[in-house]
Design a protein around this ligand. Structure first.
Ligand SMILES: C[S@@+](CC[C@H](N)C(=O)[O-])C[C@H]1O[C@@H](n2cnc3c(N)ncnc32)[C@H](O)[C@@H]1O
Length: 364
């Protein structure tokens, strides 16, 4: 649509051209001056009226548009006022309801806040407990792993030592029959190695063993190889007595090794009593150069092996060597402590598969 400005310019241009044309016509005397002026004035008046009419129309249009806008805004304002009215009304209702409930609502609110606070406190405590538990579990796992690692290291080291001792033992002895098992209920190679080493070095005349089994054969082979002594093995259990005796026979060692059946009998020392090998089985023993304390089994009573020293020390040679197997066990350790308190003995503890203590007479 043409703007007002353009219409005015167009009207002014048309007016100016018309006046110019009239002036030319007057100058050429085609139109008389008076008629020309009258015509010019008419044209100007018509133009002015046109412009006024146009302006009025435009102003009207604008006024109409403004009016429409005002009406729309009024309608929007009415809606807002309406909405505000209902919000106010709702707030009044809520306030009235809150007032009606009064303290209960406050209590409820407080309870909710408290429970929320408690929940948070509980959650924090639970988290701390979990963290502590996880920490403790971690520490426990760490400790267990340390133990497992130590146990494995020890087991590997011991395993190697047993193989090493066994290989060495087998290079010294030529068995004439299949050898019985070692370790577990029987002596471990490291103990046998020490026994054979002592026999090789000191050639004891009499070797006594409390508790027969695999070691009996090895003692027999060692004595056979290193010197003219003999071995007496005390066995309380009739079945194992027969087994050990047959084993000795199978290895052709009966001329060196005597397995003696010596049932356990009450043995008294002061006010105390133990179960110990029948004294009849030990009465003739004299000058024991090597004594292996490896029986009776711990299950036969507390500190089951304690009587070994009080019962046999008098039958031992001056340079006796007493080897105590299973010295890693509490009962054997207690028995050793007691011997050291009660008899003039010296002890050396060795790192061994099942624990080993050697005792000798104390030097005066
Ligand atoms: C600690 S074991 C040691 C026996 C022996 N000094 C040795 O090292 O082989 C002690 C007892 O085990 C029992 N024993 C002997 N031969 C056995 C066998 N083949 N199996 C299981 N126990 C046996 C006997 O009663 C023996 O007194």
């Amino acid at each position: 649509m043409p703007t007002t400005r353009r219409l005015i310019v167009a009207a002014a241009a048309v007016g100016a051209l018309t006046l110019a044309a009239l002036t030319v016509l007057i100058l050429l005397e085609i139109v008389e001056i008076l008629a020309g002026l009258t015509l010019g004035l008419l044209i100007c008046a018509t133009g002015l009226m046109f412009l006024v009419a146009l302006s009025v129309r435009r102003v009207d249009g604008k006024a109409l548009r403004i009016d429409g806008r005002v009406k729309r805004q009024e309608a929007a304002l009415a809606k807002v006022a309406n909405a505000l009215g209902s919000v106010t009304e709702r707030l009044e209702q809520v306030a009235a309801a809150a007032e009606a409930r009064g303290p209960r609502r406050e209590e409820d609110l407080r309870a909710i806040l408290t429970s929320l606070g408690e929940d948070r406190v509980n959650a924090t405590l639970a988290r701390q407990e979990i963290e502590k538990a996880v920490g403790d579990a971690g520490a426990l796992v760490g400790t267990r792993l340390d133990h497992v690692e130590k146990a494995l290291t020890r087991e590997f080291r011991q395993g190697y030592r047993q193989v090493e001792a066994y290989v060495d033992l087998r290079s010294l002895i030529e068995p004439r029959a299949p050898l019985p098992e070692l370790r577990g209920w029987a002596a471990s190679p490291d103990l046998l190695h020490r026994l054979v080493g002592h026999i090789c070095e000191h050639r004891p005349r009499l070797v006594v063993e409390c508790g027969s089994g695999s070691s009996t054969v090895w003692l027999g082979y060692a004595v056979e190889r290193y010197g003219g002594g003999r071995v007496v093995s005390l066995e309380h259990d009739e079945r194992y007595y027969a087994l050990s005796r047959d084993l000795v026979r199978a290895h052709g060692l009966s001329h060196i090794v005597e397995v003696r059946h010596a049932p356990l009998r009450p043995w008294r020392h002061g006010a105390e009593s133990w179960s110990w090998y029948d004294e009849d089985a030990t009465r003739d023993l004299d000058g024991i150069g090597l004594l292996l304390v490896d029986g009776p089994p711990g299950a036969t009573g507390p500190q089951a092996r304690y009587p070994a020293v009080p019962a046999l020390l008098d039958r031992c040679a001056k340079d006796v060597r007493i080897l105590v197997d299973d010295a890693a066990r509490a009962d054997e350790r207690a028995a050793v402590r007691r011997w050291l308190d009660e008899f003039p003995l010296e002890a050396v503890e060795h790192e061994a598969d099942k624990g080993l203590v050697t005792l000798t007479r104390a030097t005066p």
